[in-house]
Design a protein around this ligand. Structure first.
Ligand code: ISE
Length: 367
Protein backbone atom coordinates (compact mmCIF):
# COMPACT_ATOMS: atom_id res chain seq x y z
CA UNK A 1 0.00 0.00 0.00
CA UNK A 2 1.33 3.45 -0.87
CA UNK A 3 1.10 6.23 1.71
CA UNK A 4 0.74 10.00 1.83
CA UNK A 5 2.45 12.36 4.30
CA UNK A 6 0.03 14.82 5.90
CA UNK A 7 0.10 16.98 9.01
CA UNK A 8 -1.64 14.07 10.72
CA UNK A 9 1.17 11.66 9.82
CA UNK A 10 1.29 8.88 7.25
CA UNK A 11 -2.03 7.81 5.77
CA UNK A 12 -2.89 5.10 3.24
CA UNK A 13 -3.33 6.63 -0.22
CA UNK A 14 -7.02 7.40 -0.86
CA UNK A 15 -6.86 6.51 -4.49
CA UNK A 16 -5.64 3.02 -3.72
CA UNK A 17 -8.34 0.39 -3.42
CA UNK A 18 -7.30 -2.63 -1.33
CA UNK A 19 -7.45 -5.94 -3.18
CA UNK A 20 -9.54 -7.63 -0.50
CA UNK A 21 -13.23 -7.06 0.24
CA UNK A 22 -14.34 -4.32 2.60
CA UNK A 23 -15.06 -5.99 5.96
CA UNK A 24 -18.34 -4.53 7.18
CA UNK A 25 -20.03 -4.65 10.60
CA UNK A 26 -23.80 -4.03 10.59
CA UNK A 27 -25.07 -2.63 13.89
CA UNK A 28 -28.77 -3.25 14.49
CA UNK A 29 -30.38 -6.02 12.46
CA UNK A 30 -34.07 -5.17 12.73
CA UNK A 31 -35.99 -4.73 9.48
CA UNK A 32 -33.58 -2.24 7.85
CA UNK A 33 -30.31 -3.70 9.17
CA UNK A 34 -31.29 -7.25 8.20
CA UNK A 35 -32.20 -5.94 4.75
CA UNK A 36 -28.75 -4.34 4.44
CA UNK A 37 -27.04 -7.59 5.51
CA UNK A 38 -28.97 -9.58 2.88
CA UNK A 39 -28.27 -6.98 0.22
CA UNK A 40 -24.53 -6.75 1.03
CA UNK A 41 -24.32 -10.54 0.93
CA UNK A 42 -26.29 -11.21 -2.21
CA UNK A 43 -26.13 -8.16 -4.49
CA UNK A 44 -23.22 -5.91 -3.61
CA UNK A 45 -19.68 -6.59 -4.77
CA UNK A 46 -16.47 -5.79 -2.91
CA UNK A 47 -17.85 -6.21 0.62
CA UNK A 48 -18.27 -8.98 3.18
CA UNK A 49 -20.42 -8.71 6.30
CA UNK A 50 -18.00 -9.96 8.96
CA UNK A 51 -19.96 -8.99 12.07
CA UNK A 52 -23.43 -8.07 13.25
CA UNK A 53 -24.62 -6.64 16.53
CA UNK A 54 -28.08 -6.28 18.03
CA UNK A 55 -29.66 -5.74 21.44
CA UNK A 56 -31.65 -8.93 20.77
CA UNK A 57 -29.04 -11.70 20.84
CA UNK A 58 -31.31 -14.23 19.19
CA UNK A 59 -32.01 -11.91 16.28
CA UNK A 60 -28.28 -11.24 15.83
CA UNK A 61 -27.52 -14.99 15.80
CA UNK A 62 -30.29 -15.59 13.27
CA UNK A 63 -29.04 -12.91 10.87
CA UNK A 64 -25.35 -13.88 11.34
CA UNK A 65 -26.25 -17.45 10.39
CA UNK A 66 -27.33 -16.24 6.93
CA UNK A 67 -23.78 -15.10 6.04
CA UNK A 68 -20.88 -17.58 6.09
CA UNK A 69 -18.17 -16.58 8.58
CA UNK A 70 -20.18 -13.70 10.08
CA UNK A 71 -19.62 -13.20 13.84
CA UNK A 72 -21.96 -11.77 16.45
CA UNK A 73 -20.31 -9.02 18.50
CA UNK A 74 -22.87 -8.08 21.11
CA UNK A 75 -21.36 -4.72 22.10
CA UNK A 76 -21.68 -2.34 19.10
CA UNK A 77 -18.73 -0.25 20.30
CA UNK A 78 -16.58 -3.40 20.40
CA UNK A 79 -17.66 -4.13 16.81
CA UNK A 80 -16.56 -0.62 15.76
CA UNK A 81 -13.21 -1.08 17.55
CA UNK A 82 -12.60 -4.56 16.11
CA UNK A 83 -9.41 -4.77 14.05
CA UNK A 84 -11.18 -7.07 11.60
CA UNK A 85 -13.74 -4.38 10.71
CA UNK A 86 -13.02 -1.77 8.00
CA UNK A 87 -16.39 0.01 7.82
CA UNK A 88 -19.73 0.14 9.61
CA UNK A 89 -23.43 0.31 8.74
CA UNK A 90 -25.53 1.76 11.58
CA UNK A 91 -29.17 0.66 11.65
CA UNK A 92 -29.68 0.76 15.42
CA UNK A 93 -32.44 2.91 17.00
CA UNK A 94 -31.68 6.64 16.61
CA UNK A 95 -30.78 7.25 20.26
CA UNK A 96 -27.60 5.15 19.87
CA UNK A 97 -26.33 6.82 16.70
CA UNK A 98 -24.35 9.69 18.24
CA UNK A 99 -22.08 7.49 20.35
CA UNK A 100 -21.60 4.99 17.53
CA UNK A 101 -20.86 7.67 14.93
CA UNK A 102 -18.34 9.39 17.19
CA UNK A 103 -16.61 6.04 17.77
CA UNK A 104 -16.34 5.47 13.98
CA UNK A 105 -14.87 8.96 13.49
CA UNK A 106 -12.47 8.37 16.38
CA UNK A 107 -11.26 5.16 14.71
CA UNK A 108 -11.21 6.80 11.28
CA UNK A 109 -13.45 4.28 9.51
CA UNK A 110 -16.25 5.01 7.00
CA UNK A 111 -19.82 4.67 8.23
CA UNK A 112 -23.22 4.57 6.55
CA UNK A 113 -25.81 5.65 9.12
CA UNK A 114 -29.54 5.17 8.65
CA UNK A 115 -31.59 8.30 9.36
CA UNK A 116 -31.88 10.07 11.71
CA UNK A 117 -28.22 11.02 11.96
CA UNK A 118 -28.92 11.56 15.68
CA UNK A 119 -32.04 12.43 17.67
CA UNK A 120 -31.55 16.21 18.01
CA UNK A 121 -30.02 18.96 15.93
CA UNK A 122 -27.43 19.74 18.65
CA UNK A 123 -26.02 16.20 18.75
CA UNK A 124 -26.04 16.04 14.93
CA UNK A 125 -24.01 19.24 14.91
CA UNK A 126 -21.55 17.63 17.35
CA UNK A 127 -21.06 14.80 14.82
CA UNK A 128 -20.55 17.36 12.04
CA UNK A 129 -17.90 19.16 14.08
CA UNK A 130 -16.11 15.92 15.07
CA UNK A 131 -15.96 14.88 11.44
CA UNK A 132 -14.82 18.39 10.43
CA UNK A 133 -11.79 17.98 12.68
CA UNK A 134 -11.01 14.60 11.09
CA UNK A 135 -11.46 16.03 7.57
CA UNK A 136 -9.18 18.97 8.35
CA UNK A 137 -6.41 16.49 9.26
CA UNK A 138 -6.93 13.96 6.46
CA UNK A 139 -8.95 15.55 3.65
CA UNK A 140 -11.48 12.71 3.94
CA UNK A 141 -15.09 12.39 5.00
CA UNK A 142 -16.32 9.34 6.87
CA UNK A 143 -20.01 9.83 7.62
CA UNK A 144 -22.70 9.11 5.06
CA UNK A 145 -26.37 9.34 5.99
CA UNK A 146 -28.91 6.89 4.55
CA UNK A 147 -31.15 9.19 2.56
CA UNK A 148 -31.69 6.55 -0.10
CA UNK A 149 -34.04 8.58 -2.29
CA UNK A 150 -31.04 10.47 -3.67
CA UNK A 151 -30.00 7.21 -5.35
CA UNK A 152 -33.43 6.45 -6.83
CA UNK A 153 -33.16 6.79 -10.63
CA UNK A 154 -36.41 8.83 -10.83
CA UNK A 155 -35.25 11.38 -8.24
CA UNK A 156 -31.84 11.58 -9.93
CA UNK A 157 -33.58 12.26 -13.26
CA UNK A 158 -35.78 14.94 -11.72
CA UNK A 159 -32.76 16.68 -10.21
CA UNK A 160 -30.97 16.59 -13.58
CA UNK A 161 -34.04 18.02 -15.31
CA UNK A 162 -34.20 20.92 -12.85
CA UNK A 163 -30.46 21.55 -13.21
CA UNK A 164 -30.77 21.55 -17.02
CA UNK A 165 -33.01 24.64 -16.76
CA UNK A 166 -35.68 23.07 -18.98
CA UNK A 167 -38.39 23.67 -16.36
CA UNK A 168 -37.26 27.25 -15.84
CA UNK A 169 -36.96 28.29 -12.20
CA UNK A 170 -38.67 25.74 -9.94
CA UNK A 171 -41.36 27.55 -7.93
CA UNK A 172 -43.47 25.00 -6.10
CA UNK A 173 -43.03 21.31 -5.22
CA UNK A 174 -45.98 19.05 -4.34
CA UNK A 175 -45.19 15.86 -2.42
CA UNK A 176 -47.33 12.95 -1.28
CA UNK A 177 -45.86 10.43 1.18
CA UNK A 178 -48.30 7.64 2.00
CA UNK A 179 -47.79 4.43 3.95
CA UNK A 180 -50.38 1.63 3.97
CA UNK A 181 -49.93 1.03 7.66
CA UNK A 182 -47.67 1.96 10.59
CA UNK A 183 -47.11 0.29 13.98
CA UNK A 184 -49.36 1.31 16.90
CA UNK A 185 -46.58 3.35 18.57
CA UNK A 186 -46.24 5.65 15.52
CA UNK A 187 -47.07 9.18 16.76
CA UNK A 188 -47.67 12.42 14.86
CA UNK A 189 -44.14 13.48 15.88
CA UNK A 190 -42.82 10.33 14.19
CA UNK A 191 -44.74 11.28 11.05
CA UNK A 192 -42.48 14.35 10.95
CA UNK A 193 -39.21 12.81 12.19
CA UNK A 194 -39.40 9.44 10.41
CA UNK A 195 -41.50 10.09 7.33
CA UNK A 196 -41.39 13.79 6.34
CA UNK A 197 -37.63 13.79 6.97
CA UNK A 198 -37.32 12.17 3.52
CA UNK A 199 -39.13 15.13 1.89
CA UNK A 200 -36.83 17.46 3.85
CA UNK A 201 -33.84 15.81 2.23
CA UNK A 202 -35.52 15.59 -1.19
CA UNK A 203 -36.25 19.34 -1.05
CA UNK A 204 -32.61 20.16 -0.25
CA UNK A 205 -31.43 17.66 -2.91
CA UNK A 206 -33.70 18.88 -5.71
CA UNK A 207 -33.63 22.61 -5.06
CA UNK A 208 -30.08 22.92 -3.72
CA UNK A 209 -31.06 25.33 -0.96
CA UNK A 210 -31.97 25.19 2.70
CA UNK A 211 -35.44 25.15 4.24
CA UNK A 212 -36.06 28.35 6.21
CA UNK A 213 -39.47 27.77 7.83
CA UNK A 214 -42.02 25.03 8.45
CA UNK A 215 -45.79 25.10 9.00
CA UNK A 216 -47.85 22.02 9.89
CA UNK A 217 -51.63 21.77 9.45
CA UNK A 218 -53.88 19.03 10.80
CA UNK A 219 -56.79 18.16 8.46
CA UNK A 220 -59.64 15.93 9.66
CA UNK A 221 -58.08 12.62 10.75
CA UNK A 222 -58.82 9.27 9.16
CA UNK A 223 -60.82 6.86 11.30
CA UNK A 224 -57.89 4.43 10.78
CA UNK A 225 -55.41 6.74 12.52
CA UNK A 226 -53.36 5.31 15.38
CA UNK A 227 -54.93 6.54 18.68
CA UNK A 228 -53.92 10.14 19.43
CA UNK A 229 -52.34 10.65 16.00
CA UNK A 230 -53.26 13.39 13.50
CA UNK A 231 -53.20 11.48 10.25
CA UNK A 232 -52.90 12.91 7.60
CA UNK A 233 -50.80 16.06 8.11
CA UNK A 234 -50.08 18.83 5.63
CA UNK A 235 -46.58 20.24 5.97
CA UNK A 236 -45.34 23.37 4.21
CA UNK A 237 -41.66 24.23 3.75
CA UNK A 238 -40.47 27.68 2.71
CA UNK A 239 -36.98 27.66 1.27
CA UNK A 240 -34.29 30.32 1.53
CA UNK A 241 -34.91 31.13 -2.16
CA UNK A 242 -38.64 31.79 -1.59
CA UNK A 243 -39.89 28.51 -3.10
CA UNK A 244 -42.61 26.49 -1.37
CA UNK A 245 -42.96 22.73 -0.91
CA UNK A 246 -46.14 21.09 0.34
CA UNK A 247 -46.15 17.57 1.73
CA UNK A 248 -49.21 15.45 2.36
CA UNK A 249 -48.06 12.78 4.79
CA UNK A 250 -50.65 10.06 5.34
CA UNK A 251 -49.44 6.92 7.07
CA UNK A 252 -52.56 4.73 7.47
CA UNK A 253 -54.05 4.71 3.98
CA UNK A 254 -54.54 0.94 3.92
CA UNK A 255 -53.58 1.07 0.23
CA UNK A 256 -49.82 0.77 -0.35
CA UNK A 257 -46.60 2.77 -0.44
CA UNK A 258 -47.09 5.91 -2.52
CA UNK A 259 -44.38 8.52 -2.81
CA UNK A 260 -44.94 11.19 -5.44
CA UNK A 261 -43.08 14.39 -6.11
CA UNK A 262 -44.10 17.04 -8.64
CA UNK A 263 -41.94 20.05 -9.41
CA UNK A 264 -43.70 23.04 -10.95
CA UNK A 265 -41.41 25.46 -12.72
CA UNK A 266 -41.77 28.65 -14.76
CA UNK A 267 -41.61 26.70 -18.01
CA UNK A 268 -43.21 23.36 -17.20
CA UNK A 269 -43.68 20.70 -14.57
CA UNK A 270 -42.48 17.16 -13.96
CA UNK A 271 -43.69 14.37 -11.71
CA UNK A 272 -42.20 11.12 -10.41
CA UNK A 273 -43.57 8.19 -8.41
CA UNK A 274 -46.61 7.24 -10.46
CA UNK A 275 -45.84 3.50 -10.23
CA UNK A 276 -46.65 3.06 -13.90
CA UNK A 277 -45.08 -0.35 -14.32
CA UNK A 278 -47.25 -3.01 -15.87
CA UNK A 279 -50.70 -1.73 -16.81
CA UNK A 280 -53.23 -4.58 -16.71
CA UNK A 281 -56.67 -4.67 -18.36
CA UNK A 282 -59.32 -7.00 -16.97
CA UNK A 283 -62.88 -7.85 -17.86
CA UNK A 284 -65.46 -8.78 -15.23
CA UNK A 285 -69.11 -8.84 -14.26
CA UNK A 286 -68.97 -5.26 -12.98
CA UNK A 287 -67.27 -4.00 -16.15
CA UNK A 288 -63.75 -3.85 -17.61
CA UNK A 289 -60.97 -2.30 -15.51
CA UNK A 290 -57.37 -1.16 -15.86
CA UNK A 291 -54.86 -1.53 -13.00
CA UNK A 292 -51.18 -1.17 -12.12
CA UNK A 293 -49.38 -2.48 -9.03
CA UNK A 294 -48.49 -0.27 -6.05
CA UNK A 295 -45.41 -1.17 -3.97
CA UNK A 296 -46.42 -2.44 -0.51
CA UNK A 297 -43.61 -0.61 1.33
CA UNK A 298 -40.40 1.34 0.96
CA UNK A 299 -38.18 -1.73 0.64
CA UNK A 300 -39.83 -2.56 -2.69
CA UNK A 301 -40.35 1.02 -3.94
CA UNK A 302 -36.75 2.00 -3.19
CA UNK A 303 -35.10 -1.42 -3.67
CA UNK A 304 -33.07 -0.19 -6.63
CA UNK A 305 -32.09 2.97 -4.71
CA UNK A 306 -30.80 0.86 -1.79
CA UNK A 307 -28.76 -1.28 -4.22
CA UNK A 308 -27.14 1.78 -5.80
CA UNK A 309 -26.62 3.50 -2.44
CA UNK A 310 -24.86 0.50 -0.89
CA UNK A 311 -22.73 -0.34 -3.93
CA UNK A 312 -21.51 3.25 -4.21
CA UNK A 313 -20.89 3.45 -0.48
CA UNK A 314 -18.85 0.20 -0.57
CA UNK A 315 -16.81 1.45 -3.55
CA UNK A 316 -16.09 4.74 -1.78
CA UNK A 317 -15.43 3.14 1.64
CA UNK A 318 -12.78 0.92 0.04
CA UNK A 319 -11.00 4.18 -0.77
CA UNK A 320 -11.58 5.37 2.81
CA UNK A 321 -14.29 7.91 2.05
CA UNK A 322 -18.04 8.36 1.27
CA UNK A 323 -20.17 8.94 -1.83
CA UNK A 324 -23.52 10.47 -0.92
CA UNK A 325 -25.27 12.74 1.58
CA UNK A 326 -22.94 13.61 4.45
CA UNK A 327 -23.12 14.60 8.11
CA UNK A 328 -24.13 18.17 7.21
CA UNK A 329 -27.15 16.85 5.31
CA UNK A 330 -28.10 14.77 8.35
CA UNK A 331 -27.75 17.80 10.63
CA UNK A 332 -29.75 20.09 8.31
CA UNK A 333 -32.56 17.51 8.17
CA UNK A 334 -32.63 17.31 11.99
CA UNK A 335 -32.79 21.10 12.29
CA UNK A 336 -35.79 21.22 9.91
CA UNK A 337 -37.52 18.35 11.75
CA UNK A 338 -37.02 20.16 15.08
CA UNK A 339 -38.81 23.18 13.59
CA UNK A 340 -41.47 20.81 12.20
CA UNK A 341 -42.13 19.34 15.66
CA UNK A 342 -42.47 22.82 17.14
CA UNK A 343 -44.83 23.82 14.31
CA UNK A 344 -46.89 20.65 14.92
CA UNK A 345 -47.22 21.44 18.63
CA UNK A 346 -47.90 25.16 18.37
CA UNK A 347 -49.78 25.28 15.08
CA UNK A 348 -47.54 28.20 14.12
CA UNK A 349 -45.10 28.85 11.29
CA UNK A 350 -41.67 28.06 12.75
CA UNK A 351 -38.30 29.24 11.51
CA UNK A 352 -35.47 26.72 11.14
CA UNK A 353 -32.39 27.39 13.25
CA UNK A 354 -29.36 26.25 11.27
CA UNK A 355 -25.86 26.95 12.56
CA UNK A 356 -23.42 28.35 10.02
CA UNK A 357 -21.54 25.74 8.10
CA UNK A 358 -17.84 25.91 8.87
CA UNK A 359 -16.45 23.33 6.50
CA UNK A 360 -17.79 23.19 2.97
CA UNK A 361 -16.51 19.62 2.78
CA UNK A 362 -19.39 18.53 5.03
CA UNK A 363 -21.88 18.88 2.20
CA UNK A 364 -21.46 15.29 1.13
CA UNK A 365 -21.47 14.51 -2.56
CA UNK A 366 -24.55 14.73 -4.70
CA UNK A 367 -25.09 11.28 -6.18
C1 ISE B 1 -39.77 4.74 7.64
O1 ISE B 1 -38.88 4.88 8.71
C2 ISE B 1 -39.11 5.16 6.38
O2 ISE B 1 -37.99 5.59 6.34
C3 ISE B 1 -39.98 5.11 5.18
O3 ISE B 1 -39.29 5.50 4.03
C4 ISE B 1 -41.16 6.01 5.41
O4 ISE B 1 -42.02 5.93 4.32
C5 ISE B 1 -41.92 5.59 6.65
O5 ISE B 1 -43.00 6.49 6.84
C6 ISE B 1 -40.99 5.63 7.86
O6 ISE B 1 -41.66 5.17 9.00
Amino acid sequence: MTTTETSAGVLPDMAEVPARDLRVAVLGVGMMGADHVARLYSRISGATVVAVSDAFAEKAEQVAATVPGCRVISDPLAAIADEGVDAVVIATPGQFHEEQLLACIERGIPVLCEKPLTMEAASSLAVVRAEDAYTARTGRQLVQVGFMRRFDPEYAQLRELIASGELGEPLVVHCAHRNAVVPPHFTSEMMVNDSVVHEVDVTRFLLDEEIAAVTVLRPRATRHAVAGQSDPLLVLFETTGGRMVDVEVFVSTGVGYEVRTEVVGEDGSAMIGLDLGLVRHRGGASGASRSTAIAPDFRQRFGRAYDIELQRWVDAARRGTIDGPGAWDGYAAQAVCAAGIEALRTGRRTEVRLEPREAASQEGTAP
